[in-house]
Design a protein around this ligand. Structure first.
Ligand code: XIL
Length: 683
């Protein structure tokens, strides 16, 4: 974004086109956009803030059909066996993480979330543990196992099954016998949860079990009493995992009651291992609907991808058949999540006969279209001034979805200049009521800070907030949801790189943007003078060492103005560049380009006023256009890490717009945030 303070007369003449009237009519916040429909399970679940996951077996990751479906459909991954005790600590003190790392790193690179399964379980437990005969030894071994495994994946696992299947089947409602129960007594579960909380405070800690879906079962009641007791005594527990391994009839009729009763204790519920004998579409739909009807049911995991991948393979219990085709239950699930099943895929043209077919995932993700149309929400986020923040506009949003929430950072503009604000919410209907946390109260400090970009650095396990000061600056935070966790600003550069100094003219150095591939990180920035710059550093050096600054793209000043975004397109080798331009009508809009590499040259995609990426002429509005500007914003990403991966389908873009009649002081313009949803997605 452009620093208001330094707006010269040159700039004002362009902006005068906006200054049609001095009267600023406040734009009322409207309801959330109409339910947006996606065509994959993960994308659709994400629209209600949920995840849709699957169990993954490391041994199958070489199978292209399997990974094609995995990457297309699922945004959470549970290692099926690779994080269990027999896999991670087969002999005492000897930890092996090869297969678990393979799944975790792969998922993270693709923006998929991870569930941890499982730390303390009587099954798949190595013999050396079950033969321990001494309580103190076992307690030490258990705590060490929990701590070591959780440390390995610290900050990377959204939910951990801390204890699995500790309750007995049948009418007792008591714990089952196990080495843990027999030596440590009932308290072993509490001990495990306390140890887990100190090992990774960011992970949700779950108790996971099967046959606890029917509210009237003694086993369900036993688990319920334990969770109630834990909450009453402050024993750390955040969620209950209901495995949901169902017979042909699917869930019991009181399944939703069970979910809401657990949730009412103050824990999340998750369906963690769903499979249903013979995969009746109705049974699947009933299961998903029960979760959708309970606000604290935060996600669903199916226990495998194709029937042939299932631990119950003879019962054909999953959503994809052995060939990887969607079964009727798939469509039932997508519909129950609120999505629209796609029409059956057309046969490939005859000319392609003999060419091996690409996996459908790859086909779906093949290429972004070269024309776009969008529908916009009304204004979703407006400034919330307080006693010390007399905010006129909220601008330049950056957004990630993490842990079931949208996390938004934005610039706030007032007569005294620019600083940053943070808010989070579970879905767009709640965006308008979220609390605004002003970051000038944190170590980020007061003074000129604007145009933030947020991402998680997976290897460093740190969130980065990149923003402009008079340099390119950043702060870090181990916990995105803690506004007070940000570090004081540091600069990426010692001073403005020479090539920028030589080309900036009367422009401004603005809108810094970081994106990494596996080898390098790149820092893009604009100069309000027709140049997009790119610096680079080795991935392992980040955030240090940005050098080799070059002009990555150039055009006339207003055609390549500012607010660039660069993304990796999920499942493809394509990168997408968006740059904000000022059109012949004086209004802001976005042009787009693609490239096969981040350091490559950019080929126009939808890059003109008549075929824009996003401009008033390809956006429809709910009831009259609340803005004619489609200005500085952020794509809704498929993940949240430094690869900045976006989906290839059903794009959404959070942007700034404003009342077309507003004018006057640039710093006091009434910018608001709204959401675009692509309406011409073909996949
Ligand atoms: C199963 C796996 O799917 C199989 O591959 C393995 O042989 C046995 O375990 N409850 C659980 C899961 O918590 O870990 C189990 O997974 C299925 C039942």
């Amino acid at each position: 974004m452009n620093p208001l303070k330094r707006l010269g007369r040159r700039r004002a003449s362009v902006l005068s086109l906006l200054a049609v009237g001095a009267l600023v009519t406040p734009v009322a916040a409207t309801a959330a956009p109409d339910a947006v429909r996606a065509s994959t399970l993960g994308a659709q679940a994400a629209q209600s803030g949920r995840y849709f996951g699957t169990a993954v077996a490391a041994g199958r990751l070489g199978d292209g059909t399997y990974t094609g479906i995995l990457d297309r459909e699922f945004n959470s991954v549970t290692p099926e066996n690779e994080m269990k005790w027999d896999a991670t600590e087969p002999s005492r003190g000897q930890f092996t993480f090869g297969a678990a790392d393979q799944i975790a790193n792969r998922a993270q690179a693709r923006g998929q979330r991870l569930r941890g399964h499982t730390l303390v379980w009587h099954s798949q437990l190595p013999g050396w543990v079950s033969s321990i005969r001494d309580a103190n030894t076992l307690r030490g071994v258990m705590n060490n196992h929990i701590t070591t495994v959780m440390n390995r994946y610290k900050g990377r696992i959204h939910s951990w099954d801390v204890v699995n299947e500790a309750f007995a089947d049948g009418g007792s409602g008591q714990h089952r016998p196990s080495v843990f129960q027999n030596l440590l007594g009932d308290g072993f579960i509490e001990q495990a949860f306390r140890t887990a909380r100190s090992a990774d405070p960011a992970a949700k800690l779950c108790y996971n079990d099967y046959n606890i879906e029917n509210w009237s079962d003694a086993k369900t009641q036993g688990v319920y009493r334990m969770v109630r007791d834990f909450k009453a005594r402050g024993v750390p527990i955040d969620c209950v995992g209901l495995q949901a391994h169902f017979g042909t009839g699917g869930p019991p009729s009181n399944f939703q009651t069970t979910l809401s009763n657990f949730a009412a204790l103050g824990v999340d519920v998750q369906i963690t291992e769903l499979d249903i004998a013979q995969a009746s579409p109705t049974a699947y739909a009933n299961t998903v609907r029960a979760c959708m009807n309970v606000a604290r049911c935060t996600g669903i995991t199916v226990w495998g991808i194709r029937d042939s991948d299932s631990w119950r393979a003879t019962e054909n219990p999953l959503l994809f058949d052995r060939g990887g085709n969607k079964k009727p239950a798939y469509n039932a699930v997508l519909t129950a999540l609120g999505g629209t099943p796609a029409a059956p895929a057309a046969r490939p043209p005859t000319a392609n006969r003999g060419t091996p077919a690409a996996p459908r995932g790859a086909t779906d993700a093949a290429a972004l279209p070269s024309r776009y149309s969008w529908s916009s929400s009304g204004t979703l986020i407006a400034p919330k001034p307080d006693a010390t923040h007399n905010i006129a506009g909220i601008k330049d949003p950056t957004v990630v979805q993490y842990n079931g929430k949208y996390h938004v950072f934005a610039s706030v503009a007032s007569s005294s200049g620019y600083n940053l604000v943070y808010l989070n919410f579970t879905d767009w209907s709640q965006a308008g009521s979220a609390t605004h946390h002003y970051l000038d109260r944190t170590a980020i400090g007061s003074g000129y800070r604007a145009a933030p970009q947020v991402f998680y650095h997976a290897q460093q396990r740190l969130w980065y907030l990149v923003y402009q000061t008079s340099n390119a600056s950043f702060s870090t935070n181990p916990d995105i949801s803690n506004p007070n966790g940000w570090s004081a600003p540091r600069n990426f550069y010692a001073s403005m790189p020479d090539i920028i100094r030589q080309n900036i003219g009367n422009g401004h150095w603005v809108d810094m943007w970081v994106i990494c591939d596996s080898a390098n990180c790149y820092l893009f920035s604009s100069d309000d003078n027709g140049h997009l710059y790119r610096s680079q550093t080795a991935a392992g050096q980040f955030p240090n060492g940005f050098t080799n600054t070059v002009i990555a793209a150039q055009d006339s000043k207003y055609a390549l103005f500012e607010a660039s975004n660069v993304y990796k397109v999920h499942g493809t080798n394509q990168y997408l560049l968006l740059v904000e331009a000022i059109g012949s009508d004086g209004r802001r809009y976005f042009r787009s380009w693609t490239s096969g590499s981040l350091a490559g040259s950019w080929t126009p995609l939808a890059a003109s006023e008549s075929n824009p990426f996003a401009r008033a002429n390809n956006v429809t509005f709910p009831s009259g256009a609340w803005t004619r500007d489609i200005s500085h914003g952020e794509m809704i990403r498929a993940g949240y890490d430094q690869t900045l991966t976006i989906p290839s389908c059903r794009l959404q873009y959070l942007y700034q717009g404003m009342n077309p009649n507003a004018g006057g002081d640039y710093n006091l313009l009434p910018w608001r945030l709204g959401l675009l949803t692509q309406t011409n997605s073909t996949c």
